[in-house]
Design a protein around this ligand. Structure first.
Ligand SMILES: [Zn+2]
Ligand SMILES: [Zn+2]
Length: 56
């Protein structure tokens, strides 16, 4: 089993991200740390909303 973020071999415990469902080591388990794809989508949504505000 390999961490989807740093590529480190996970031997003891793998953490499954609740948002993207990928497996990560203890260091990368938080969505903010492993650049969780769902987090990125949310950032883009915020960006889109801000852009809308600017143009109106
Ligand atoms: Zn890792
Ligand atoms: Zn994730």
């Amino acid at each position: 089993m390999k961490c989807q973020c740093c590529g480190e071999q996970i031997e003891i415990m793998a953490f499954k991200c609740k948002r993207c469902g990928e497996l990560f080591c203890v260091d990368c388990r938080l969505p903010e740390i492993h650049d969780c794809s769902v987090v990125i989508v949310q950032k883009w949504e915020i960006f889109a909303v801000n852009r809308k505000k600017l143009t109106t």
